[in-house]
Design a protein around this ligand. Structure first.
Ligand SMILES: Cc1cc2nc3c(=O)[nH]c(=O)nc-3n(C[C@H](O)[C@H](O)[C@H](O)COP(=O)(O)OP(=O)(O)OC[C@H]3O[C@@H](n4cnc5c(N)ncnc54)[C@H](O)[C@@H]3O)c2cc1C
Length: 483
């Protein structure tokens, strides 16, 4: 902004609101953050977080997040490491037999494993140390202030305590942001419809990590007939194992039972390696979520307002992209404001920056979820999933090949880590050629907990020995791809 520092009101102190606040304050703008929940305890102990229902679930920060933050907020990752985060390399959580020896450039796949509470605490501590940031924790925003500048223009936020006048309002209020409702109340603008994707249910247990090297058993996301498995280090001597299934899969609701959950997890090589690595410290936490995307993309219906993170679009948690997409959007907004002469120009620049840098990741997440959910449903019904989509066929070929071929393991982790989109990865003739060897290969191995054996997730041991899994694939399939 070539003119003057802006007054900016941020609704929500989740990862996206905090990242945006810190970036903009460091550019000299005066930022007020309104957060309904209380501030995190400084001693790291738990504070209730009713504003974020998924707070207790693990959050992977993708390598792209780390690279963006290293460039934009270079003190953040070191502060996380000091606070107990653990450096992890997503590629090298896989078997050395799959990835081959470490190669030059593999650092690119590195990130930090951190609990969400500590992520927010460190971000808010950094922001609180900036004289340009004012926090209003335990302060619910209750409406928008119309601007004297014009009828369809925001002038700030109303809170339960007072008004926060602002040149720009950032809605980082998450997937249930109240802002669209306020626009309706204030301006009669009908709330923008959101298209909801298929709902997935996550069955999660946290474990205590005894220390030492982490299991190198497979990628963090593996796919099995009718369910997927996430095995995530979370820092602070903890890790988490999550089983994901479609919410309409009644048989897999049995996974609420810890014995059934363990039977399923331990029926896979990757799940068993992680489950044996530590001691469970939680019961089975259950959470459901779906994509939620604005029906019409485009600028906000009023001026001087921008929605970031989950307030704009919720993507399927299976891909672990939400925090990275929020951070990427915040960096894009910071860059747009830097380059513009005034707020309207900054927001116009943000729209095109978002289309260029962020929208493709959202689109690919929706596309992947649609296919994977259809595949899960087919598998639950004991049928093969047939999609007339060459891009999906290549995605599955990469997913299968990545478990056996070091070049494809790297290609797949590039896409899964949001470091390169699938179009860029498949533009490499070597990747294309190697992938073509796996075209038509079974999408998931014949796991002991297959569609015909849904009963195996009930509180009985798996019906087939673990050794029946194909050893080359670790009973597992790689990772989320693609665009
Ligand atoms: C089960 C599950 C697992 C996930 N796993 C991952 C993962 O591994 N990696 C990943 O990157 N993402 C993951 N996600 C997605 C991730 O949680 C979201 O993308 C992320 O929380 C978005 O952050 P945000 O700051 O935009 O919104 P939120 O985290 O939802 O924060 C919104 C904030 O706004 C506040 N707020 C709302 N209304 C008001 C109001 N009226 N006044 C004041 N404050 C208000 C809320 O209290 C909250 O603090 C997962 C999601 C789910 C459901």
């Amino acid at each position: 902004m070539t003119h003057r520092p802006l007054d900016i009101a941020v609704l929500g102190a989740g990862p996206t609101g905090l990242t945006a606040a810190l970036l903009l304050a460091r550019d000299g703008h005066r930022v007020t953050v309104c957060e309904a929940d209380a501030r995190r305890c400084q001693d790291g102990s738990a504070t209730p977080r009713p504003g974020v229902s998924q707070f207790g679930l693990p959050h992977v920060l993708l390598p792209r997040w780390r690279h963006e933050m290293d460039a934009a907020l270079p003190d953040l990752v070191p502060a996380l490491l000091t606070a107990g985060a653990r450096p992890v390399n997503l590629l090298h959580l896989q078997e050395p037999g799959t990835t081959g020896a470490a190669r030059a450039g593999d650092d690119w796949f590195g990130t930090v494993a951190v609990g969400r509470a500590v992520l927010e605490q460190v971000l808010s501590n950094l922001a609180a140390g900036d004289p340009n940031v004012r926090f209003r924790f335990a302060t619910r925003a209750t409406g928008v202030l119309p601007s004297p500048r014009g009828e369809r223009c925001l002038g700030g936020l109303r809170t339960e305590d007072d008004d926060v006048p602002a040149d720009l309002v950032i809605d980082a209020g998450g997937g249930h942001s109240p802002v669209p409702g306020w626009l309706h109340d204030t301006y009669g603008i009908p709330p923008q419809q959101r298209r909801l994707g298929p709902r997935l249910t996550f069955f999660c247990r946290h474990f205590e990590d005894p220390g030492g090297p982490l299991p190198q058993a497979g990628p963090i996301l593996t796919h099995h007939p009718s369910w997927s498995l996430l095995t995530l280090p979370t820092g602070h001597r903890r890790f988490a194992i999550v089983v994901a299934a479609t919410a309409d899969d009644r048989a897999l609701r049995a996974l609420r039972d810890p014995d059934a959950w363990h039977a399923a997890v331990e029926s896979t090589v990757v799940g068993r390696a992680w489950a044996e690595h530590g001691r469970p410290v939680s019961g089975v936490l259950v959470h459901s979520a779906a994509d939620a995307v604005p029906a019409e993309a485009g600028p906000a219906a009023v001026g001087r307002l921008v929605a970031l993170g989950d307030a704009q679009t919720v993507t399927n948690p299976l891909l672990g992209r939400g925090v990275t997409i929020g951070a990427l959007s915040a960096v894009t907004l910071r860059d747009s404001i830097r380059a513009a002469d005034d707020v309207p120009e900054a927001l116009a620049r943000y729209q095109s920056g978002y289309a260029e840098r962020v929208a493709g990741w959202v689109d690919s997440s929706l596309w992947l979820t649609r296919h994977r959910v259809a595949e899960l449903r087919a598998q639950a019904a004991g049928e093969p999933y047939r999609a007339d989509d060459a891009r999906w066929a290549m995605t599955v070929a990469l997913r299968v090949g990545a478990l056996q071929d070091p070049v494809l393991a790297r290609a797949s982790t590039l896409v899964g880590g949001m470091l390169a989109d699938a179009a860029a990865v498949f533009a490499d003739p070597e990747v294309r050629n190697r992938c073509s060897r796996y075209l038509g290969a079974p999408a998931t191995p014949s796991s002991p907990v297959g569609a015909s054996q849904h009963g195996a997730v009930r509180p009985t041991p798996p019906t087939s020995p673990i050794g029946e899994e194909p050893s080359t694939t670790q009973g597992a399939h790689h990772v989320h791809l693609a665009r």
